[in-house]
Design a protein around this ligand. Structure first.
Ligand code: MTE
Ligand code: CO
Length: 426
């Protein structure tokens, strides 16, 4: 098996032979085959194995647990040619290696504009100033004495799938869709902090500023800030990872990742959006007519099949599990449809595990594969009734100049040997 996980597997392919898929619907039949084999004598069952011959490690070996050494390929990866330096770059969540809905903290993709700030929480301060009655400064201890909440939310970078606007390009869902993670945050509702400071009636926008070398800042409308924004200090039950903004970050549910300011040090209330370099030169969507869409904050419904996918080909005929993720920044995912024949026939996937507001859901299709070519797609339908569009539908409205907000339907072509590649239907 070749290693399909490296960035060199860059591929630019367009698949036109949909006719070869006639009858692919048969792949969706009920599941006759057993997954196991009839029991027979085999050394792995009958003999004492190496790992049974000696005492294993004691409880003091790993004070902080790490995954098995056999899982060493389950890692974040970057695409070196995408950006000029690793400090202002991105790496990607290995979606094809994960299951359920929670991203393990150590595998959450990272996006930094000026590298990771290393901050001693004892020295961290959060200031609230601007159009408030009482400018305030909080220590981390202060923040942990405020009423806190726990919420599971996805964070998707606006540039997720950005390399795919003009055609299929990166061979793996880690690279096409891996700028997303989904974790449980613990923190204080921003409204609680703003109420302490007392917003003036003309406060309409907040400027959120990070303590990293990029001093990244973004403007946030006050309605969102008072609705569900959180100031989080923990993810998945423990302190935020340094890469994710330790000791404090903004959580802006359902909105593009860029607003989720990490290493959050200051919130300034004003009566209009701040004109930052970020906002004027980036995070706007350039349209075909030369105009730009601006303040496109919400992440529309999207989904991707994570297995099979180019880094996780089909290995067995007969019984198989198709698996994927779906999400919507406008609420919950109501339904996910899956096609195995390039969008001709669709079936409803089985959503399993909890469905939270503005969180990913996990979906499955249990199917029987007889070795025929498949063209696998998924589409999410959210609680507003919005249906995830095809890439062509999206391009009709937005052209191909944008990098941001590509939520088009992904197609994976599964060859008869099981190898899977990123294609587009012409
Ligand atoms: N906050 C600061 N201070 N500096 C940054 O570079 N990057 C932003 C946002 N917050 C960034 C930041 C971008 S573009 C994204 S997509 C998310 O953080 C990524 O969050 P993550 O690194 O936890 O995945
Ligand atoms: Co981003």
């Amino acid at each position: 098996m070749t290693d399909r996980t490296s960035a060199e597997t860059l591929n630019r392919r367009r698949f036109l032979g949909a006719a070869s898929l006639a009858g692919a619907g048969a792949a969706l039949s009920a599941i006759p085959a057993l997954a196991g084999e009839t029991a027979k004598s085999e050394a792995l069952i009958t003999d004492v194995q190496d790992w049974q011959r000696y005492l294993g490690d004691g409880v003091d070996k790993h004070p902080y647990g790490v995954p098995s050494k056999f899982e060493k390929n389950v890692i974040r990866r970057d695409v070196p040619w995408l950006t000029a330096s690793a400090e202002s770059s991105v790496n990607f969540t290995p979606l094809h290696d994960l299951d359920g809905i929670i991203t393990p903290s150590g595998l959450c993709f990272e996006r930094h504009h000026g590298g990771v700030a290393e901050i001693n929480p004892a020295d961290h301060r959060l200031m609230i100033n601007g159009l408030v009655d009482k400018p305030l400064v909080f220590t981390m201890d202060d923040i942990k004495r405020m009423p806190r909440v726990n919420k599971v939310y996805f964070l998707e970078c606006a540039a997720n799938s950005g390399m795919e606007w003009r055609g299929s390009q990166l061979n793996g869902c880690q690279f096409t869709h891996g700028m997303i993670h989904n974790v449980m945050y613990t923190g204080v509702p921003l409204k609680v902090l703003l109420d302490e400071a007392g917003l003036k009636p003309n406060a309409k926008w907040l400027m959120l500023e990070g303590a990293d070398s990029a001093g990244m800042n973004r403007s946030l409308p006050i309605e969102k800030a008072l609705n569900d924004v959180m100031i989080a200090f923990a993810m998945n039950g423990e302190a935020l990872r340094p890469e994710q903004g330790y000791p404090l970050r903004a959580v802006i549910p359902g909105w593009e990742g860029n607003l989720w300011v990490k290493w959050l040090r200051r919130i300034e209330a004003g009566d209009q959006p701040w004109q930052t370099r970020e906002e004027t030169s980036k995070y706007t969507d350039l349209l075909a007519d030369g105009n730009s869409r601006k303040h496109t904050f919400v992440m529309d419904a999207k989904s991707v099949v994570t297995n099979p996918s180019p880094q996780a080909p089909l290995k067995h005929k007969g019984r198989n599990v198709l698996s994927g993720l779906a999400w919507s920044g406008r609420g919950t995912v109501k339904r996910v449809d899956v096609s195995m024949d390039g969008g001709r026939n669709w079936q409803t996937a089985r959503i399993d595990g909890p469905t939270f507001d503005k969180s990913v859901v996990r979906f499955y299709v249990d199917f029987d594969w007889n070795g025929q070519e498949l063209m696998i797609q998924s589409r999410a339908i959210d609680s507003t009734g919005y249906v995830q569009p095809s890439k062509d539908e999206l391009r009709k409205v937005r052209g191909v100049n944008s990098i941001y907000h590509n939520n088009g339907i992904q197609t994976w072509l599964v060859h008869s040997g099981g190898e899977t590649e990123n294609v587009e239907i012409g």
